[in-house]
Every structure is written in C-alpha cells, then in structure tokens.
Design a protein around this ligand. Structure first.
Ligand SMILES: Cc1cc2nc3c(=O)[nH]c(=O)nc-3n(C[C@H](O)[C@H](O)[C@H](O)COP(=O)(O)OP(=O)(O)OC[C@H]3O[C@@H](n4cnc5c(N)ncnc54)[C@H](O)[C@@H]3O)c2cc1C
Length: 407
C-alpha cells in the first residue's frame, strides 16, 4: 500500500520538526519552501548561536488571546523534552547562567545541520524556491498550489511562520492563505523589537549604552519592568530589556493608550541615596562646575541632556551653589527619565510576530485545524508569542512535534 502523503508548508523551525516526527511514523513527507534553502531564520537565532530553549520554560512566558493552547503544550513539553529530542540528533546542550540553552558548539548552523541530516535519513524531500500560494481541500485530498506546480496530499502542516524579519524567511504570506480557507487572524504587530520614542534628544545620545531598569507605565500605572543593557538610538531605544518589554508597550499603543517608559539609570540607589551621592560629590569637588562633577558618574554624552531634562539652566556653576530642589530634579531624571512610546521599530528588526491565527480554531492537543480536518497549524503562524530567551523556538519545536505525532 502507498504511504500517506504529507506536505509541510515552510521549512522553518516548526516545519522541520513536524517533518521528522511525521516521517518517523511512516508518512511520505515533502517540505515546500519558498526560500532557496530551508531553515534560514534558524541560522540567525540567538545571534548565530541558536538559543533553542530555556530551563525556565513556563506558560507565564507566553502570550495569546486564548491561553488554553499554551498550557496544554507547555505541560507536555518541559525543556528536558526538547533538550532530549535534540540530544538524540547530536546536539549537546550548553546552559548559560541565566538558563538559556544553546548547542554546545554555540553555532546555530549545528541545529539546522542535524535537523536536515535527520530529514535526509528519513527520506523527507525538501522542495525549495517554491512558494505556496493556495490550499484547497477536495473530497479527502488537499491540493497545494505553488508558484510553479500543484501538489496533492492527504495531510498538510501549515508552518508558514509569521511576519517578523521578512528578509530572513516568513513574510506574512501565510495569513491571507489561511484566511481564504476559513481561519481568522487576530491583529498582528512586531514583537521583541526596538521601540520608537518621542524625544528631542535622541540624535544627541544615539549610540550611548547604559545599564538600567525600564518600567512600562500605562495611563499612569506601572505594569512591567526589566533590567539590562539599554542602547539609545536615533529613533528610540534598543537592548535586551527593551525587546522583552516591547510587546506590552506596543499592544497598548495599538489600543490608543498613552504608554510611557521610565528609565532608571541608578537602580541600585533609592532617591535619597542618590541625592546624598550627588551632594557629596558637589561638596568634595567644589572646584568643579556641575557639568564637570558628573564626569565619571554617568556617560559624558548624557550629561548635558540629563541637566537639560532636569531644567537646570546654568550648568557652569559649582554644584555647591545648588538648592536641594535642583538636586532632586536631577535625581528624578536619573531615576525616572520618561519617554513616550510611539510604537515598534520596523518588522525587519522584530524577532517574533504578536498575534496570528486565532488559537480557538486549533485543537490544543493535536494542532489540527478545527475548520479543516487534516490540516495542522504550527509555530509563529498562530496567535502565540513568547518572551526573549529560547521561548519562541521552544514553541515552534513543541508544536511541530505535536502536529507530526498527531497526523
Ligand atoms: C533575528 C532573530 C533571532 C531570533 N532568535 C531566537 C532565539 O535565539 N531563540 C528563540 O527561541 N527564538 C528566536 N527567534 C524567533 C524564532 O526564530 C521563531 O519564532 C521561529 O523560527 C518560528 O518558527 P516557525 O516554524 O513558526 O517559522 P519560521 O522559522 O519563520 O519558518 C517558516 C518557514 O516558512 C517559509 N514560508 C513562509 N511562507 C511560505 C510560503 N508561502 N510558501 C512556502 N514556504 C513559506 C519561510 O521561508 C520559512 O522557512 C528569533 C527570530 C529572529 C528573526
């Protein structure tokens, strides 16, 4: 008897794992990929090192309009299961001190290599340079139309990915295709992305890095914070804590809320301690102007801007001439420098898509579409996004594995 035929649309993270698990179960598997090669985005992950999962995986690290699907998948796929899957393929894990897991080679190419080797061993065919433009179900068979051909199969895995970093692979072409066959798409926007800010000073401080804490303030209330290296750019702000908080900011900007980020560049000091620190510097260095007395305390490029933001007009007098209220104005800028968020930077810089196929239309145990039987949906294409730190690839592997096992 002929083997049942499966087509995987998209040879990315979730598609490759779905292909492996389906082929291990005896299906005849073809991957249709629009790029000239599969797995291009995997090569760019984790700055070329592929942070493929995290020891702290929990459903709290994921976001969706419907969390049932997240709980189901994350319960069944703890990090050890993903580490075990890759270990069998040859990837020895390296866990960094924050819990992020990389291949011990620290090369994303190793992850792609072992996935492709396993596909080859199992007889999975990669058909590249072949963009899928439509899916049709007739009787019990699927017809998959590409720019070049039409393929017939018994089951399909839609692993198109999302729209983040379209220059690397998925560019959002999956959404209209899935809509045409009856699925609905929640509003989508770039996630894990730099933020555009409203400020007159950005050009002057672009390129300066600080270690600090960022909090997100929505309509006056603090909702989330993160800590780490922050980079000012000519459009706004970048750096790991910014990416981590971006989805919370953009979600609210999309809802027309006023979103402000507050920057604390002295998180280890409370306001009174910082006041005392400044006052002592002014007293101990009476011979220096206020501007000069900040040298060695904060980045030189920030001094003028911080004093301007604090409405200090005469910066050429010694700090000892300052009133308490003036020192507190500077303390407030250093501890709570406020910037209004205008929105995300471009899709080309985003690491993930927020939003996607409504997960209520997907069986949360099998990944099968509730609208079209025999069609399975994986990865970033659906309305699930995770934090920065290996969570999005973990989602892609886990959903790809589930689909391949459930066909
Ligand atoms: C720069 C960058 C760094 C990242 N680093 C990390 C990290 O370190 N850790 C982490 O967990 N996550 C990371 N991510 C996120 C992670 O890579 C994605 O969430 C994950 O790859 C999604 O897997 P997927 O299978 O859903 O989609 P993708 O991996 O994007 O794969 C989709 C595939 O489908 C193909 N395709 C799209 N449309 C069609 C079509 N019409 N016809 C045929 N083929 C099509 C695409 O070319 C692509 O090959 C990063 C993302 C970026 C952009």
């Amino acid at each position: 008897m002929d083997k049942e035929k499966v087509i995987i649309i998209g040879g990315g993270a979730s598609g490759l794992v779905a292909a492996i698990t389906a082929a291990r179960r005896g299906f005849d598997v073809n991957i249709l990929e629009k790029n000239d090669r599969v797995g291009k985005k995997i090569l760019a992950t984790g700055n070329g090192r592929c942070n493929y999962t995290n020891i702290n995986i929990s459903s709290y690290n994921y976001y969706s309009k419907n969390k049932t699907i997240i709980d189901n998948i994350i319960d069944r796929f703890p990090p050890e299961r993903i580490v075990g899957f890759f270990k069998e393929l040859g990837i020895h894990e390296y866990v960094d001190d924050t819990g992020k897991i990389y291949p011990n080679s620290l090369q994303a190419s190793s992850v792609l290599d072992v996935l492709r080797m396993e596909c080859k061993y199992l007889g999975v065919k990669e058909i590249c340079d072949n963009e899928v433009v439509g899916i049709l179900k007739q009787n019990d068979k699927f017809k998959i139309n590409t720019v070049k051909d039409t393929y017939t199969c018994d089951k399909v895995v839609a692993a198109f990915g999302g729209k983040a970093s379209p220059q690397l692979s998925s560019d959002g072409t999956g959404y209209p295709i899935m809509e045409r066959i009856g699925h609905s798409i929640t509003s989508i926007f770039p996630g894990l992305v730099q933020l555009k800010l409203e400020s007159n000073y950005l050009k002057r401080i672009s390129g300066i890095k600080v270690d600090g804490e960022i909090s997100v303030e929505i309509d006056g209330d603090d909702i989330k914070k993160d800590y780490g290296e922050i980079l000012f750019t000519n459009y706004g702000i970048s750096g790991p804590p910014v990416l981590q908080l971006s989805r919370h900011c953009i979600n609210m900007v999309e809802k027309n809320k006023k979103v402000v980020i507050k920057l604390d560049i002295f998180p280890k000091y409370d306001k009174n301690e910082l006041f005392q620190l400044l006052k002592n510097r002014f007293i101990n260095m009476k011979y220096k102007t206020i501007k000069e007395s900040f040298i060695g305390l904060i980045n030189k490029g920030l001094i003028d801007v911080v004093l301007k933001e604090s409405e200090i007009e005469n910066t050429n007098i010694p700090g000892t001439k300052f009133k308490t209220k003036d020192i507190y104005k500077i303390v407030n800028t250093l501890k709570e420098w406020k910037f209004e968020v205008l929105g995300p930077y471009y899709w080309e810089h985003a690491q993930v898509t927020v939003g996607g196929i409504n997960t209520k239309e997907i069986d949360s145990v099998t990944m099968e579409s509730k609208i079209i039987k025999g069609l399975y949906i994986t990865g970033e294409l659906m309305d699930v996004d995770g934090d920065c730190g290996g969570y999005n690839l973990h989602w892609a592997w886990a959903t790809g594995y589930t689909a391949g096992r459930s066909l």
